[in-house]
Design a protein around this ligand. Structure first.
Ligand SMILES: NC(=O)c1ccc[n+]([C@@H]2O[C@H](COP(=O)([O-])OP(=O)(O)OC[C@H]3O[C@@H](n4cnc5c(N)ncnc54)[C@H](O)[C@@H]3O)[C@@H](O)[C@H]2O)c1
Ligand SMILES: O=C(O)CC[C@@H](O)C(=O)O
Length: 528
């Protein structure tokens, strides 16, 4: 199978070497497409690789009928409509580590440029002004740097600032006392941190909670003469409030690499001499660009060829070891879902999944997604995948319940699923037999032992002599060969279930003939 890949933002040529090496991809690098041109062409591609310029909007995604993966060569994915990608079953991957160092170094460069007025002094000198008085700066040593957002970049900035002999104090909802101690920094609430800082640098993503978190209220509690740096995302700082705070003298300087609207050119902030600015250059180093492009290229190739990614954004990712443990169950989970929906032959309203035995200690979320995928594919088709299965279940009003228990008799692991539809309630349970693969071991209250594969027939009947013989001859009449047969019953002469695996699909006429036998209550053909 070959794949078409579009690269719509400039990516490092060395970085996309893994893509160039793959023999089943056709790469189109076109970084000059307008939004309209992109929308016209996007259906041609299986993968789209971007940096921060291309706006991957809902409208674009809705036209991307063949798109399977969007790769973001960088961290921030705010130029990608993640909800739309998830809904359309398109996986989004990023390169979260490749530019951390460069972004941290750029932050330090901004901090130093700001504290020593380097850009302003340089600009004056270029304009024939030798002014040593005007550009007196301040030392960083013994000043307090407040870091808002102590993730990958925040941590690196903290280490570098300590190297400058600064006191570092940070706020991050996930920052614990132990972590702060280990890093040798102080910590506090948002207010506590921004109140005591001489310099404040933000390193959060742009989220609902972080949009304008540095606003007029925040400025009002900061020290007079505070200096602010934003190398994270435009919008974390309220630009109008920053402008006012600089004019009022509250803020002595600001260094900005990112802006609410980019490109950022005709803005009143740029007219202020206290503002130092770069055009979103935090990740613009040869090393970072190569590294993010390599990471994202590897993920795109391995997703297209093997369905595996390291850095998914719209799918929870598991550590390698945890994934290796849970992966063997994927097929069983999907098959149980598919089996159950064929058995009920009605749209699901509620699905309750119980994981037992050794599954108790595992992160089973990928199994739930696979199981729900198996259920939904029957009515929603092949566009259901791991990315959108839970979203589509929710959108279609299907409640998904999940529970775990460590207690289990007989098997080492068991997945039991109950499905409720408008008129039915059915259950199936399956296990992964060590060395033998997946097995269905229970259907409703009947015990079976069947590999969930190929063509099956589930027959509910009355337990009485002759049924099996009559059924066998009827199937023979339709040239249906029985591969395996299992029978279980509730009690002598009561209800019973027969489960057959057969060598071909059971046609409707054969199914109806079976159904017409007096002792038979229900016949369901299942093809997995
Ligand atoms: N200027 C550039 O070119 C450039 C380059 C790389 C990254 N970035 C941006 O830098 C930012 C940080 O990147 P990262 O790789 O360190 O991300 P990260 O995910 O490792 O860290 C983000 C941190 O922000 C914290 N956070 C979230 N909400 C918060 C809140 N309300 N208050 C305080 N902290 C909060 C998170 O807990 C996390 O620790 C992102 O916005 C990213 O897009 C910019
Ligand atoms: O692509 C870029 O240069 C910017 C990347 C940066 O903003 C990021 O979030 O990784």
């Amino acid at each position: 199978m070959s794949f078409n890949i579009l690269i719509s933002d400039p990516l490092s040529e060395e970085g996309i070497y893994p893509l160039r090496q793959a023999d089943n991809v056709n790469i189109v690098m076109d970084t000059g497409l307008t939004n309209e041109q992109l929308e016209e062409r996007i259906h041609e591609f299986d993968a789209l690789l971007v940096r921060s310029q291309t706006q991957v909007t809902r409208s674009l995604i809705s036209k991307a009928t063949n798109l399977k993966i969007i790769g973001r060569a960088g961290v921030g994915v705010d130029n990608i409509d993640l909800d739309a990608a998830t809904e359309y079953g398109i996986i989004v991957v990023n390169a979260p580590n490749g530019n951390t160092n460069s972004a941290a170094e750029h932050t330090m460069a901004m901090l130093m440029a700001l504290s020593r007025n380097i850009p302003q002094a340089y600009h004056a000198l270029k304009n024939q002004k030798w002014d040593r008085k005007k550009y007196v700066g301040v030392e960083l040593k013994n000043k307090t740097l407040g870091i808002v957002g102590l993730g990958r970049i925040g941590v690196e900035v903290a280490a570098r600032a300590k190297g400058q002999r600064m006191n570092v104090v940070a706020y991050d909802p996930f920052l614990t006392e132990e972590k702060a101690e280990k890093l040798g920094i102080g910590y506090g609430t948002f207010e506590e941190v921004i109140k005591q800082a001489d310099f404040i640098t933000v390193h959060t993503p742009l989220l609902k909670e972080t949009r304008h978190m540095i606003n007029a209220d925040a400025f009002s509690i900061m020290k007079n003469g505070v200096q602010i740096i934003n190398c994270a995302r435009g919008g974390i700082i309220d630009e109008d409030a920053l402008y006012d705070a600089i004019l009022s003298g509250k803020v002595a300087g600001a260094a900005l690499d990112v802006f609410e609207k980019e490109p950022f050119m005709d803005h009143k902030l740029l007219e202020l001499p206290e503002v130092v600015a770069t055009p979103h250059l935090g990740a613009s180093t040869i090393e970072a660009q190569e590294s993010v492009a390599i990471d994202v290229s590897h993920d795109v190739i391995s997703f297209l060829n093997e369905d595996m990614v390291k850095n998914p954004v719209n799918l929870p990712s598991l550590p390698k070891e945890a994934l290796a443990k849970i992966e063997p169950y994927f097929d069983l989970a999907e098959k149980l879902g598919a089996f159950l929906i064929d058995l009920t032959n009605e749209v699901a309203e509620e699905v309750s999944i119980s994981y037992s035995g050794e599954l108790y200690d595992m992160d089973v979320s990928p199994l739930t997604r696979n199981l729900v995928k198996g259920i939904l594919k029957r009515h929603l088709g092949s566009h259901v995948n791991d990315v959108n299965a839970l979203y589509l279940a929710e959108r279609n009003g299907i409640a998904i319940n999940e529970n775990k228990t460590s207690v289990l008799k007989g098997f080492t692991n068991l997945i039991s699923v109950e499905i409720k539809t408008k008129t039915k309630q059915r259950t199936v349970a399956g296990t992964l037999l060590n060395g033998f693969g997946p097995r269905i071991v229970k259907v409703d209250n009947y015990r079976v032992d069947v590999t969930p594969k190929g063509h099956m027939v589930v027959i509910q009947h009355i337990d009485q002599p002759g049924v099996i013989g009559r059924m066998g001859s009827m199937l023979a009449k339709h040239d249906v060969n029985i591969a395996t047969m299992q029978v279980d019953r509730s009690d002598i002469g009561g209800n019973a279930m027969m489960m057959l695996t057969i060598d071909k699909h059971l046609e409707q006429d054969a199914l109806e003939e079976l159904q017409n036998l007096e002792e038979i209550k229900e016949v369901v053909a299942i093809d997995l």
